[in-house]
Design a protein around this ligand. Structure first.
Ligand code: ZN
Length: 329
């Protein structure tokens, strides 16, 4: 039995037909975790769909109305890059409910993993890049709304920039300032941070600079990684970004967006991490959170490996890394 909960529903499946997004990955991860005895059935919690009021904490009434009535314009549907259906709306509301539950359980158990979610390209008034609803932002706003937390940090390690996250939480950012010179020599020139951070959500995005989305609204810390970097460089940059972020901001919850697409065999990514390197990445996140006693909730975001089994392995390893860190004496 795991020392934390996994959030999963068979209805996480996204009804999008033949698509580069492997909608069956959630079911395969659930199956693999049970088959390999990493988890047993009692480790899983079944989420409920988020309420419309929860969704409206992040998204505009106009956008929510369009989703619920199937009245997106053709251009809006094209930007979403997944075919609209009422069932798809249901799956995204459920993913948001799963992230809310994961955030609540992280506060209780220090760690919780949503076997789904991480839809970081959704904006308040539109969806894009396979993301209709920003489940992580909904979870943060819901916990803040209920008074469970005041401050959260997002750490986005998907290969693609967290543009939706940056836009949603941008309103309260202070103007950009360069990192201290000692850090700037380690972070690449594309990295910058806001000092004297005034907002209630601090956003870190570590992504391939030369990849979707073309327009990258500023996060609190953006690390624009060069094409093709491997495990050691990636981990050094991540370590630096985390240290810098946690010097500026004390979160009561970390929301880790654990994309599997920095993997060298990814079809939509251009970095060169190995499966082992991605596990070291996960380990670093859990170790840092654990050592500072900060609850951490995980969502899965993207993963488009040529072999879907690799994507499943990378996502399952995230659960194993959390277990290993929590169970270390
Ligand atoms: Zn991605």
């Amino acid at each position: 039995m795991l020392p934390f909960k996994l959030i999963y529903s068979p209805d996480y499946y996204l009804p999008i037909g033949a698509h580069v997004f492997p909608a069956e990955k959630y079911r395969l991860i659930h199956h693999r975790l049970l088959e390999t005895k990493v988890a047993d059935e009692s480790d899983f919690l079944m989420p409920q769909a988020a309420s419309d009021n929860d969704i409206l904490l992040v998204h505009t009434p106009d956008y929510v109305q369009k989703l619920k009535t199937g009245t997106l314009s053709p251009r809006e549907e094209m930007q979403l890059e997944v075919p609209y259906s009422p069932e798809l709306v249901g799956a995204f509301w459920l993913a948001a409910g799963g992230s809310i539950l994961a955030a609540e359980y992280a506060l209780k158990d220090q760690v919780a993993v949503n076997i789904g979610g991480g839809f970081h390209h959704a904006f308040p008034d539109h969806g894009e890049g396979f993301c209709m609803i920003h489940d992580v932002a909904v979870a943060i706003r819901r916990l803040q709304h209920k008074g469970n937390i005041a401050r959260a940090m997002t750490v986005d390690c998907d290969v693609h920039h967290g543009n939706g996250t940056a836009a949603i939480f941008a309103a309260q950012q202070s103007p950009p300032a360069p990192l201290p010179s000692t850090s700037a020599s380690v972070l690449n020139p594309g990295a910058r941070a806001h000092q004297a951070f005034a907002g209630d959500v601090f956003t870190i995005s570590l992504h391939q600079g030369n990849n979707y989305p073309q327009w990258k609204p500023p996060s609190s810390i953006d690390v624009n990684l060069p094409d093709g970097i491997g495990d050691d460089d990636y981990l050094a940059w991540l370590d630096n970004a985390l240290s810098s972020g946690l010097r500026q901001f004390e979160p009561e919850l970390i929301c880790y967006i654990a994309g599997a697409d920095p993997y060298k065999e990814d079809q939509l990514g251009g970095l060169s991490l190995t499966i082992e390197g991605l596990k070291r990445r996960d380990n670093l996140l859990f170790q840092v959170a654990h050592s500072k006693n900060i609850p951490i909730m995980v969502t899965y975001a993207g993963g488009y490996a040529r072999r879907v089994e690799d994507t499943v392995t990378i996502h399952c390893n995230t659960v194993i890394a959390a277990r290993d860190v929590l169970q270390r004496p």
